[in-house]
Design a protein around this ligand. Structure first.
Ligand code: BTN
Length: 237
């Protein structure tokens, strides 16, 4: 991918969109973001020292398969962190990268997917990836942690980015069933009692599995099985 590097941007998602509209594939990296975007419209703290990047790709997927991109991106991010930092990390549905410290689950990285599609064909996808590497963690996000905090030393962000892109390209070639299985192997969510929060309300239940079309299967108290396609997930126990 062609790499665009910036000292400061509003959000690499904004730059990525401009580039995507021109029909290019690219990797956009910024040192800091003033309006970093998280999932569900949240603000994403992006101080110096972290990896804040967006990947613009034109996959030959149908819109139905777009969900695979977040699973691929979170897996690639987890694998790159494990390889370069030498620690074990886990995945929380839908796409948080988690480090377990004693019994606490701390967020190391997050993924934000934006897709533009015409009818059923994906025109482009923008995959935003934020990784807390050498940056400070805002006291407003106590559930977050950085690699520097874990390792007590700084890592070269370039090493992580290189490995991540390599893993991502490799995983793009892997069949969808295999991707979901790899994701499930690293998941902390399946088998857990969870609370799903989304704009239409909250649902509690047991996280059973991921369906073939990428939804979280949730068994509720009234023994219904719901298919959840988006939302926030809280691990209860
Ligand atoms: C989440 O809420 O977990 C997703 C966070 C995604 C953050 C990354 S940082 C690079 C890219 N630019 C943004 O504004 N957001 C994503």
């Amino acid at each position: 991918y062609k790499v665009y590097y910036y000292k400061e941007v509003t959000s690499t998602m904004d730059i990525a969109k401009e580039i995507a509209e021109k029909g290019e594939e690219a990797l956009i990296i910024a040192e800091t973001q003033t309006k970093g975007k998280g999932r569900m419209g949240r603000f994403w703290y992006s101080p110096k020292g972290g990896i804040w990047m967006s990947l613009v790709i034109k996959p030959s997927f149908s819109l139905k398969e777009a969900y695979l991109l977040t699973y691929i991106a979170s897996l690639a991010t987890a694998l790159a962190i494990e390889k370069i930092a030498g620690i074990k990390v886990f995945l929380k549905w839908p796409n948080d990268i988690i480090y377990k410290e004693n019994d606490k689950e701390k967020k190391l990285a997050g993924i934000l997917l934006e897709v533009k599609a015409e009818i059923d064909k994906i025109d482009y996808a923008i995959i935003g990836i934020g990784i807390n590497v050498n940056n400070e963690i805002s006291s407003l996000v106590p559930e977050a942690i950085s690699l520097k905090e874990i390792l007590k030393k700084e890592l070269k962000r370039k090493d992580i980015i290189k490995e991540l892109i390599k893993e991502f390209k490799d995983l793009l070639k892997v069949e969808s069933i295999k991707i979901l299985n790899l994701w499930k192997d690293k998941s902390l969510t399946l088998g857990r009692k969870v609370k799903i929060i989304h704009p239409e309300g909250e649902k509690m239940g047991l996280a059973l599995d991921i369906s073939d079309d990428g939804a979280l299967l949730l068994k509720t108290e009234d023994t219904k099985i719901l298919k959840i396609y988006s939302g926030d997930c809280i691990h209860l126990r």
